[in-house]
Design a protein around this ligand. Sequence first.
Ligand SMILES: *Cc1c(COP(=O)(O)O)cnc(C)c1O
Length: 401
Amino acid sequence: MTTGFPERFTGSFTQQDPIPEAGIAAALEVLRHGRLHRYNTLPGEISQTALLEQEFAALTGARYALAVASGGYALGCALRAVGVKPGDKVLTNAFTLAPVPGAIASLGAVPVFVEVTDSLTIDLDDLAAKLGEARVLMLSHMRGHLCDMDRLMQICDAAGVTVIEDCAHTMGAAWNGVPSGRHGAIGCYSTQTYKHANSGEGGFLVTDDAETAARAVMLSGSYMLYERHLAAPPPEVFERIKYDTPNVSGRMDNLRAAILRPQLQALPVQVRRWNERYKVIEEGLRAAPGLAIVERPAQESIVGSSIQMLLPGWDAPQVQEVLHRCAERGVELKWFGAPDPIAFTSRYDSWRYAPSEPLPQTDRILAGLIDMRLPLSFSLEDCALIARIIRAEVSAVFQQA
Ligand SMILES: *Cc1c(COP(=O)(O)O)cnc(C)c1O
């Protein structure tokens, strides 16, 4: 997709793959019978949602899985399921997206932000220093970057801090062979359109702990119909918690489940496709003057659905000039250093409902942090072209400076 000179990219940064035909067929079947609610089943019938949960548990290797209305809902549900109460502090990354502090604030709890490193992962030394302040860490694997999960779990376990993983950008990724979402007590995922499976809105929560799973199912709005789940603990576990767990409705429905099931089957193929695209851009940008890419550790199995670039030490006007020049050539970049929130990017200090101490290291890194989405609708040639454009425009601005 190139026209004229200088080369221009004319593709869309927001165009997804179509829903697989098998998903469309299954969705039509649900529409025809009309039983969209997950608990609206005929005698002996198993709902699409229950099947989806069973398949997601198998995919992640978790004992229990719950499908819910959104990734943000999964995060709030996880906090409730581990007993976070209003006024409690919850540790979280300073570099994340708004639904993460939003989930914490939705319970009346208070985020405590932890610094980010140049690898774009949580700073484990800053985390260690703050562990005494909270008993829960909501760890956001922001933009797909996994920290040293072995070390993180060691320090959190030693301090008795429960880890909830936000895997909105890491469905299909792993650290040291263990899937993202399976290191901590709970893993939360999103199936919103811009994530790794697309049901418009939707999410999952997985755990190995029976009581946590039962509480999450009740919280999600199961009423007393929890026996219709295939990836939930046995009824006796619900007996222990069912009178003390509020209903905070946020269920998945059968229409979304129907379109998600074939997408989960295809996830390994999609992950390979994302990573092929990521590699082309990564290679195209490596060693570009003025720009640094984030080298990924060997222990990390990534899903390259977006790529980040660092312009270390650049002034704001220069960064904006790069964004402007790339946009002129059809390449949409986002900047996490902008003082005001724009589209889906915002900084920890713009979440004013959650007062924060200044985080100088995070400020320095976000000031030069550029982000680009990699939709699967891009061809490998598109990716090579995009890398050439970014490289040329970064060099041009860098040389002027
Ligand atoms: C998208 C996203 C979420 C929330 O997912 P929704 O399904 O949109 O509610 C949570 N965390 C991160 C990092 C996200 O990007």
